[in-house]
Ligand binder design. Structure first.
Ligand code: ZN
Ligand code: ZN
Length: 458
């Protein structure tokens, strides 16, 4: 139960897991939600945050960025609680609009093909309503939230993807910082996070723990990894093959396209055509619209430089693309079945001359992971209700371009910010445990699961 006075923090989703991120702060009986995502590994209603824990309608929703594990459940929430007011950075508002409408389409397809009757969880009209409840602010601008108790909010650059923010709340003299997803290195387009530039002393820090269980030596410097990818691509092209790079639509697609473009300009990768698809292109347009949010000196190439992949559900379209050496950058990053990257891979894996290079996180239950680990000749199913295809292709590699900070950076961040309270979220149990053990250093520290409540002032 939330106390009538004091400040409490409760996990509605995303505690001890990388899931449907949603955290509730209650102050004088009124509540603020931080993020409202869907769980990437769950389906139907189970993918939502545990909204049944909300005892009364939340007043305010603060959004850190537009990845669906942070924003995918907003239209469901605003349909349940139409009075909630939401706030995000200006680019995030525009990106969310595209991501959420895309989610409606994806859920509709899954509903049809797999008979999941709970899908879609919301319709296009729910997305339109939700977007009318969201207001955009720039980084570094303080504004008052519409609550009885004065709470001042401010977004700070998190360096993760376009528009991504850490959120600072000043609640009755208690300074609260939610890092959300942060990146500690300069990427090709995004500059590293700066969440504590000009920041007051922090009482409570809520910090992501994605890489808490990842040894730093496994995360290579961004530039070095870009060169390694370039070399691998060049080898394939030299042998007359094509390369597929499966990518997430928001962030990785835009970063990888510009890495490849730079390597081609520098002569490190042959100047073959580069193609990309659907949602990644739509979000690229927003990167182009908000270039002032990219790292100083970042060079975003014109989208027209990259060809359209076309209708990948027609095998002939893919075969035509593969007839000449080319580079294809397509969603989804983990190659979920029946997505553009899976449909392209279905044709590629029949031959040995090509290469498939994964550049992001791969869950062990995905087609992408199976493709990386299965012995040659294993039959795999790339589309729903389609016969499996025997994998002849051997050149399948993984590269690590994380947009999340390594654990030593996270640990240093806790030390630099030096909060009284620290709460670890957004990581699997092993990651969260490492963070708490290595990073807390005598502070009050919590690793709450879904439903757990923490009293911040005591
Ligand atoms: Zn993210
Ligand atoms: Zn996340």
């Amino acid at each position: 139960m939330g106390e009538s006075s004091g400040i409490t923090f409760r996990v509605i989703g995303g505690g001890q897991e990388v899931g449907a991120n949603c955290f509730q702060i209650t102050v004088n009986g009124q509540s603020i939600l931080l993020d409202c995502g869907t769980h990437p590994k769950k389906e139907g209603l189970a993918a939502l945050p545990r909204f049944s824990l909300l005892e009364k309608p939340p007043k305010v929703l603060m959004l850190s960025h537009a990845h669906v594990d942070h924003c995918g459940a907003i239209p469901y929430l605003t349909r349940m609680y139409p009075g909630v007011r939401a706030f995000a950075t200006l680019p995030t508002v525009r990106i969310m609009d595209r991501m959420l409408h895309n989610s409606v389409a994806v859920m509709g397809t899954i509903a049809k093909e797999r008979g999941i009757t709970e899908y879609p969880l919301y319709e296009h009209r729910d997305v339109n309503f939700a977007m009318r409840r969201v207001m955009g602010y720039d980084f570094g601008v303080s504004f008052l939230l519409p609550l009885a108790t004065p709470v001042e909010a401010c977004f700070h650059p998190a360096g993760h993807v376009l528009g991504s923010a850490s959120i600072l709340l000043k609640i009755n003299g208690h300074n609260f910082l939610y890092t959300s997803d942060i990146c500690g290195v300069d990427q090709e387009l995004m500059g590293r996070h700066a969440p504590f530039a000009g920041m007051p002393a922090i009482d409570t820090l809520v910090i992501e723990s994605t890489h808490g269980a990842t040894d730093e030596s496994r995360i290579l410097p961004f530039r070095q990894e870009a060169e390694r990818l370039g070399e691998a691509i060049s080898k394939v092209i030299a042998c007359g093959g094509s390369v597929l790079v499966p990518t997430f639509a928001l962030g990785r697609t835009q970063e990888i396209l510009n890495i490849i473009a730079r390597l081609q300009e520098e002569g490190q990768v042959p100047a073959v055509p580069v193609y990309t698809s659907g949602l990644g292109r739509a979000i690229y347009e927003l990167y182009d619209r908000f270039t002032e949010y990219l790292a100083p000196g970042a060079r975003l190439r014109p989208l027209e430089q990259f060809g359209r992949i076309g209708n990948v559900w027609e095998a002939r379209v893919v075969q035509r693309l593969l007839a000449h050496p080319s580079i294809l950058v397509a969603t989804s990053g983990m190659m979920l079945a029946n997505t553009p990257s899976a449909m392209i891979a279905r044709e590629m894996v029949r031959e040995k001359r090509h290469g498939i290079f994964f550049v992001g996180y791969l869950d062990s239950e995905t087609l992408g992971y199976a493709l990386c680990t299965a012995p040659p000749g294993t039959p795999l199913q790339f589309g729903l209700n389609q016969p499996p295809v025997k994998v002849a292709l051997e050149n399948i590699q993984r590269f690590s371009f994380s947009a999340h900070a390594p654990r030593t950076t996270l640990k240093e961040l806790v030390e630099t910010i030096n909060p009284r309270n620290v709460i670890y979220v957004h990581g699997d149990p092993a990651a969260i445990t490492w963070m708490k053990t290595a990073g807390s250093n005598g502070r009050r520290a919590w690793t709450p699961e879904i439903g757990h409540e923490v009293a911040l002032e005591s």
